[in-house]
Design a binder for this molecule. Structure first.
Ligand code: HEC
Ligand code: HEC
Length: 298
């Protein structure tokens, strides 16, 4: 990673400190532990305000030699070429890094830096504390509409090795700035009809008139699909309005010549999240102990 990019990250991080301070929010992750979990000791530790540290990405020269380093590189390859490398586990044309941008290193785009010390953590959607391995399984089942590789599998071990390497400089008990997809304020009225127009003007050139995405001439990955059979399913975090709006506001259109206003981000998120996409049958088991967020789709 270039120094310039690091500076860019640092600038984003500072901007984010300011926004966190302004909003009075402590945690940036999407599904924050629900209040009723404070009976669990681990949840209590989770709910303590964590020291915020800048998001810094280790240089490749710090990848260990030998088998340990091979596993880190394997994890990064799986993350950045998920549908091609793991077709048996993936039921979409997505990569993990279609959403966890820049190989899981970009702030405000679900960065993986620092996650090793954030897990295990309580998740209201699961109704219990889950491990990092389980969190990876969840994104396999929902976000790439596939199958869980499972704890101990070579695939999971590679992802964990990569995430641990990315997290090597983040002290335990702290949290990186720009974790998750920090929420933006929801406008009083959300209008999917305006969202359709925003989509046509600002998104369709890359993601296609029907959300189908676009491939390069040789058939390889270029712009991922937003709806239809080959994208994230209804159980994914990205199918939720607040999460999708946050992602769009912070990260799209990619390259960001001109970011969308919060209102346009919400309107376009309302439009594309409601389009047809694969179902997720086990969804009826979600939020077993309450804490369902208001923007849940089911
Ligand atoms: C369609 C977008 C999308 C794709 C593709 C995706 N994720 Fe995610 N991921 C999310 C969202 C959104 C969250 C935030 C939590 C939520 O709202 O459910 C998340 C959260 C995570 C987290 C926890 C982050 C934290 O701060 O605690 C991990 C780990 C993760 N994803 C791993 C993966 C892996 C591994 C893959 C590929 C197999 C993947 N994700 C693919 C959208 C995606
Ligand atoms: C310049 C091309 C471009 C434009 C314009 C653009 N995107 Fe994207 N978008 C991308 C690329 C490329 C990715 C995947 C990033 C990667 O793989 O590194 C992506 C990823 C996404 C994802 C997560 C992955 C998925 O397929 O679900 C969503 C959601 C998304 N874009 C929504 C939008 C919306 C909404 C707009 C319009 C406001 C938009 N994008 C405009 C290029 C673009």
């Amino acid at each position: 990673m270039s120094i310039e990019l690091l500076h860019h990250h640092a600038a984003l991080a500072l901007a984010y400190v300011a926004s966190v301070a302004a909003a009075g929010l402590g945690v940036a992750a999407c599904d924050r532990p629900a209040k009723e979990t404070s009976t669990s000791a681990a949840a209590e530790i989770e709910s303590e305000p964590k020291r915020k540290v800048p998001l810094l990405v280790p240089g490749d020269e710090t990848i260990p030699a030998g088998h340990a380093g091979e596993l880190v590189r394997q994890g990064r390859l799986y993350a950045t070429r998920t549908s091609e490398e793991l077709p048996q586990l993936v039921g979409s044309d997505l990569h993990c890094t279609s959403c966890h941008l820049e190989a899981g290193t970009r702030g405000n785009a679900g960065p993986w830096v620092g996650l090793s010390s954030a897990y295990p953590m309580y998740r209201a959607r699961a109704g219990r504390e889950i491990t990092l391995e389980e969190r990876i399984d969840e994104c396999f089942e929902r976000s790439v509409n596939g199958k869980a590789p499972g704890k101990g599998s070579p695939v999971t071990r590679a992802f964990v090795a990569y995430i641990e390497w990315l997290s090597r400089d983040v002290p335990r008990g702290s949290e990186v700035l720009g974790r998750g997809f920090p929420r933006v304020e929801r406008p009083p009225i959300v209008d999917p009809d305006n969202g359709r127009n925003v989509y046509a003007a600002r998104c369709a050139s890359c993601h296609g008139a029907n959300g189908e995405g676009r491939r390069q001439a040789d058939g390889s990955y270029q712009f991922p699909p937003l709806w239809g059979d080959r994208t994230f399913n209804i159980g994914a975090g990205m199918a939720r309005l607040d999460t999708a709006a946050a992602f769009v506001r912070h990260d799209m259109p990619l390259g960001r010549p001109e970011p969308l206003t919060a209102t346009d981000a919400y309107d376009v998120a309302a439009y594309f999240t409601e389009q047809p996409r694969p179902d997720y049958l086990p969804k009826s088991g979600d939020w077993p102990r309450g804490g369902k967020p208001p923007d849940a789709r089911y």
